[in-house]
Design a binder for this molecule. Sequence first.
Ligand SMILES: Nc1ncnc2c1ncn2[C@@H]1O[C@H](COP(=O)(O)OP(=O)(O)OP(=O)(O)O)[C@@H](O)[C@H]1O
Ligand SMILES: [Mg+2]
Length: 250
Amino acid sequence: MIAITAESVTPLTDAEITTATPAVRMRGLSKRYDERWVLRDITLDVPTGSYLALLGANGAGKSTLLHTLAMLSPATRGELSLFGESAARPSPALRARLGMIGHQPMLYRDLSAIENLVFFGKLYDVSRPKQRAMDMLERVGLADRALSVVKTFSRGMVQRLSIARALMHAPELLLADEPFSGLDVPSVQAVSALLAELHADGKTVILTNHDVRQSLELAQRVVVLGRGRVVSDRRAQDANADEVTREVIG
Ligand SMILES: Nc1ncnc2c1ncn2[C@@H]1O[C@H](COP(=O)(O)OP(=O)(O)OP(=O)(O)O)[C@@H](O)[C@H]1O
Ligand SMILES: [Mg+2]
């Protein structure tokens, strides 16, 4: 028998530990709506601290996959774990580690921008929520509209506020469904800077996007979905935009 002493065991480095527990682990993830399979046998690991763009044509399954990862709707088959915890019975603490930007803005239309952010901040136990809320409004270019009620906002303003809301609690995993849709050029830049900062801070970002070139610039890795399956999975730096576009078109 070999005795394992403290000296004979090399401790894992931080990098190895984070690699060992991916932010997201999918194994044969499949989802059916009525008789139609919209996600088919998706097996992927998303390492903690990585930045992934999900591409694919309309109806490919991108939003469905993000919803499943956000534990808003269960997979029909397969396994999903987030930060090593099974999504089958997620703890409230696990949910608090996620942020979701979806098609639904998840904002109260009759409350002001600042009231919305402070409300979500308190829900997530954010310290000094008012200060954080003002800071986030600044970041998304809405500081001057802090006191306006959401129902008076333009579409792009609602989208920016919903991004600020999702980032209020500095989530460890951000799931963003077409975060740039409806945004003007300065807002696209502001939001991509926010996402890059989150990534530089060691957080994990998964977004869906229809702009192949922009995805290759922003993300480290691009995964193309087609009819619910993974069509390709590449490092952004090795990927050719035309080739990825062809895969998206299918
Ligand atoms: N609630 C639902 N009930 C039934 N079918 C659904 C539901 N949600 C999505 N689907 C179906 O699942 C498939 C994938 O849809 P999904 O919204 O995930 O696509 P997507 O890749 O996000 O497309 P887009 O680029 O248009 O946003 C589509 O065929 C869609 O009709
Ligand atoms: Mg979608």
